[in-house]
Write a protein that binds this ligand. Sequence first.
Ligand SMILES: Nc1ncnc2c1ncn2[C@@H]1O[C@H](COP(=O)(O)OP(=O)(O)O)[C@@H](O)[C@H]1O
Ligand SMILES: Nc1nc2c(ncn2[C@H]2C[C@H](O)[C@@H](COP(=O)(O)O)O2)c(=O)[nH]1
Length: 715
Amino acid sequence: MAALCGRVLLRRVSAFNTRTGVTQVGRLRCTGPPLQTTTPGSSLRAGDTPLTLRATEANTMASEADGAGVPGSRRRSAEASADGGARVKRVSIEGNIAVGKSTFARLLQSACPDWEVMAEPVSKWQNIESGTSKGADASQQTTVSNLLQMMYQDPQRWSYTFQTYSCMSRLRTQLRPPPARLLSSEGTPVQVYERSVYSDRYIFALNMFELGCINSTEWAVYQDWHSLLVEQFGHQVELEGIIYLTAPPQNCMERLECRGRSEERGVKLDYLEKLHVQHERWLIEKSTEIHFEKLKRIPVLKLDASVDFLRDSEVREQFITKVKNFFSTLYHTGLERSLSFRNLSVNHRSRYPLYMMQLYRSFRTVDSSPSVSVNTVNTQGDNPSAYSSDSVLSLMAKGCHQVGDRWTVTFDMSTISTGELVQLAELRIGLPAFSASKRATVDLYHSRQSCDLGSTSCQDEHLFLGSFGSSPSSTKSSWKVFNVTALLKYRLFQEDRASSQEASGESETDHGSGAVEEKVLTDKSLFKNLGLSQRKIHHPITTRVMMVIFSKHNRPQEGHAAYSLIHTVENSKHVTMDRVSSDSQSRRHKRNRMERMRVDGGAAPTAEPAQRPLCRKVDMWVDFDHIGWDEWIVHPKRYNAYRCEGECPAPLDESFQPTNHAYMQSLLRHHHPERVTCPSCVPTRLSPLSMLYYENDDLALRHHEDMIVEECGCH
Ligand SMILES: Nc1ncnc2c1ncn2[C@@H]1O[C@H](COP(=O)(O)OP(=O)(O)O)[C@@H](O)[C@H]1O
Ligand SMILES: Nc1nc2c(ncn2[C@H]2C[C@H](O)[C@@H](COP(=O)(O)O)O2)c(=O)[nH]1
């Protein structure tokens, strides 16, 4: 195996061994004082001959490699570190060595300047700082090695080391938060990675193992930490799709030689052939054993990179268009994939209302903008009712059929709680056949089957809510939107018709998605003879027929804050209560344990802790998958809730926003430290978070108060 490793990977080894990457590093990087070479490596480690640099030079080099301190390097905004990453769509470009990944990435960058293209950190592999040592003049010195070259020169010795560093450096590069310009760009922010932690494992490391350059112990160790890293950080660099550039290995060989990277001079065609097979197995045949569920289902766009897209502008255009189209399909499938939940009915996986996603976005924009009322729902145009809503529920139609111009649409409305004040209810129909109808009439029904627990009998509830007519659309939109607030309130909640303007038969307004001119007509008999002779057509409903209900929590009646998350969780079929209770039990135990420790022998309550920082806001990232909620919470998947930590000094000043009581307590503490403890560092201002999640089988967008710490103080 070991011999195979060398045979497949290298050619002209002896000639190659005389050229060290070290010399190249010196030539490219070092100016000024002469370079000192420390002890050369043995013949087995020819590539390990280190280069000694002065500390200042080496540090500059390292910071350049990190992209920090370089003029014009990406500035990462505070916004980017909040929920920014969650919105970004990431794809990686995969393919054989020298197939043209970097070239294609540059092409994408110039065609889509808004996107962020992240190159493979090859220069880091060529410049590894390997510790400091004392030079002849007793100054601190740093040695730099070229790990890429070492790996090619002695794959047996260096492949495992190379894979640890390549994987780690890929992850570190890709984990950096997106730049502000990316998040502020219109449309979906896109990051394009050149290769990924997945190709690190399923192409290169696997190949090195199969060639015998990595032994079975190293392979087991690699796989173990790789899985751990991906489990811990994978969601932050999670790919939405893969662009696979492919060309015959011979083609790649020619390009590799043409590129003339010195480290690669010993690479053989055999090696590129092996890598080609690995790519095909992973991305096309799907025969590589993959250990991450989402990766198994990842969409792949295969592009034939054997054509010269550098010179052929037509091919170039085609490629760019293919990538853009790929992105637009990813956007949809990405949303659907995030719904592949354990507890959701299979139906829901293909029924994802994008409209809710848009609403969530507008809610979230509003959340993060302190100058706008948090209850504003931007997408609702001028409808004032929606402005005061703190919850949006989307119901999928249970059925939709048509007989001529007469349409029947059925929903199960039983999930609308009586504790909610319905502000606005919209029926949204996005079926082309409906838009094409000259004068459609819609009959709206509530229907539900309820089965008693412990009994085998089920009852069908069927309630006619009303009818209304719709005229042909004057806009190009395929969606028609009807305001059915009055119908719902009157029929479902038996609200006084006179008190509701809509229920009195006023015509409704168009909310921008289709021209609507309608009358609420609750007497079905008016239409009973129309269209009876015509054929009944059932329409697939998916996400194209939905009821969107904007409501406000009826606070006084419920007696607690709007949309308590505890209430949501306790009533959710998606949350396993024993997990919640066992988690909270273990938390309680821990707290008791800590309290006992404090009483038993910990610091005396009055003792001043040694130099703890003063009360301030610190990060507290909440990852919903860490608490088992990722399967029912659609967005966000994680957020920074912050927390308060630190000392409250005695006496307090105004910067700690103390209550009068806390101020008095701190004064007392100042004068009589033995009598009282310090006030506590706690949140003094909290802000809300909009969350999109499943509730029963419906999708709900709720506005939860007090989710994020804005300010801390001493109380
Ligand atoms: N489609 C192409 N047709 C012809 N030459 C190409 C093409 N793509 C890349 N090249 C050339 O091949 C060499 C390797 O390309 P590069 O983008 O560095 O590959 P990779 O990043 O996949 O290793 C470069 O010299 C580049 O100019
Ligand atoms: N053994 C490994 N080699 C790798 C890995 N990732 C990249 N590489 C090599 C291949 C090239 O010589 C060079 C840059 O790759 P390009 O294809 O972008 O030119 O680095 C790896 O994980 N293992």
